[in-house]
Design a protein around this ligand. Structure first.
Ligand SMILES: *Cc1c(COP(=O)(O)O)cnc(C)c1O
Length: 429
């Protein structure tokens, strides 16, 4: 498989070259040159994620040196499950993506990307800098995945004061080769700083940079695997294809679902659930894309006003409404309401991001949609204890991995939201 830019301005690249490039050199994003036809009959009921990952990802790695490593990459990355569980309501499921070390779905992509670079870094004489902008959860997943890796340093840019206290602690708790920079601005500022760094070829001469944001194929591609797993499980029951309601910010997770569907997996409609930052819904309804500064909400990992992967979505589906795609925007009061009544109505404690997807689906149910739907649960609720606990009225204990991180000391450095400041920081040592 070769990858081309959404803007069509560069020659096709192999997977490894695309991983090193981050964004394509013409400023676009890498997408597959052609879509494979995955004809994956569901195998045994209990086919584990790593085995399925090998089958789903094989065509995407074909022809690249990483293809020979695919099984070992998958075994290293997919070390925890993605259970699909029924909720109380008929034909309604939840896909739990939060059983990894940092308790959010980003662990899947971050661990796969790190597994790729664990192999590739051997071949690079210079130290690699993994640069990542985070609205909260990406940074800790990437920090955890790359922590202690030889020949690699990780630089995390996060918006100071706009991540939850537990998220901030997680970002700063690694130390060693992982640096957390508290940017005096929004997530969009962080993303802009990272983009400028990748576009600065002189900087990249002195400081070899790789991206760990969801623009990286190394994060995007492995996320197809849990959608494949859930979709094939539903297919085995003989029911209609599963539709997915997905908490959405930068569109990395949802794009992986769309790519899985476009590659032949039995996936129905896709509903993008955003918080009050509603550029995607607006774009779907009016056809006009108006990026704007992200606003702070309770679902902070989705506080995105300029969704990076929208460019990929527009490449795949120029007319979203004809592709079974729709979007709903959910405000903070409604997020609170869905967390508050989640235990009574669904028997589940939801985090603020998952609560957006729950609400989006409820709107479809109220409109009479009785098809099988799956809510994608992107974070463990204990990650957002200060929001969730007062609403549900009891403590939500942290899972062991999260508790261990919270027990470590944490520190970060302040950085102005200014490219020269970042440039100087990166060149400093
Ligand atoms: C990152 C994140 C999202 C949004 O995912 P995108 O790929 O950016 O759309 C949703 N929920 C949680 C908990 C996240 O960490």
């Amino acid at each position: 498989m070769r990858y081309v830019s959404t803007r069509g301005g560069v020659p096709p690249a192999g997977l490894t070259a695309a991983l090193y490039a981050g964004p394509a050199p013409d400023g676009g994003l890498y997408v597959p040159e052609q879509l494979p036809r995955l004809e994956l009959a569901a195998r045994a009921e209990d086919e584990a994620l790593p085995a399925l990952a090998g089958r789903v990802l094989a065509p995407f790695a074909e022809g690249d040196p990483l293809a020979a490593e695919l099984d070992s990459l998958a075994a290293e990355a997919f070390t925890f499950a993605a259970p699909l569980r029924p909720l109380r309501e008929r034909d309604t499921f939840v896909l739990e993506l939060f059983h990894g070390p940092t308790a959010a779905f980003k662990d899947f992509g971050a661990r796969f990307l790190a597994a790729c670079f664990r192999r590739l870094a051997h071949a690079s004489p210079a130290r690699l800098t993994v640069l990542v902008a985070t609205s909260g959860d990406t940074g800790s997943a990437v920090g955890a995945a790359f922590h202690g890796m030889r020949g690699v340093r990780v630089v995390i840019l996060y918006p100071d004061g706009r991540v939850s206290p537990r998220q901030a602690h997680q970002l700063g708790c690694f130390g060693d080769n992982v640096h957390a920079l508290a940017v005096q601005g929004t997530f969009d500022d962080c993303q802009r700083l990272a983009r400028r760094a990748f576009a600065d070829l002189a900087l990249r001469e002195s400081v070899p940079l790789v991206s760990a944001n969801s623009i990286s194929l190394g994060r995007l591609l492995p996320q197809m695997v849990y959608y494949a797993h859930a979709a094939l499980a539903q297919q085995r029951t003989g029911g209609a294809p599963l539709n997915f309601s997905i908490p959405t910010g930068n569109l990395g997770n949802a794009f992986a679902c769309l790519l899985a569907r476009a590659s032949g997996l039995p996936i129905g409609d896709v509903l993008l659930a955003t918080n009050a930052n509603d550029v995607i819904r607006e774009f779907f309804e009016s056809g006009e894309y108006r990026p704007r500064p992200g606003r702070a909400t309770l679902a902070n990992a989705m506080d995105v006003g300029e969704p990076g992967n929208l460019e990929r979505l527009r490449w795949l589906h120029p007319e979203p409404a004809r592709a079974g795609l729709s979007a709903e925007s959910v405000d903070d009061d409604t997020i609170r309401a869905r967390i508050r009544d989640g235990e009574r109505r669904h028997g589940e404690t939801f985090d603020p991001h998952t609560a957006c997807a729950v609400e989006a689906l409820e709107r479809r149910r109220r409109a009479g949609d009785a098809r099988p739907w799956c809510v994608v649960a992107t974070a463990y609720p204990a990650k957002f204890d200060s929001i969730v606990e007062p609403l549900v009225g009891h403590a939500v204990p942290a899972p062991p991995g999260l508790a261990a991180m919270l027990a470590r000391a944490a520190s970060s450095e302040r950085l102005e939201a200014d490219f020269d400041a970042l440039r100087a920081w990166l060149l400093r040592d």
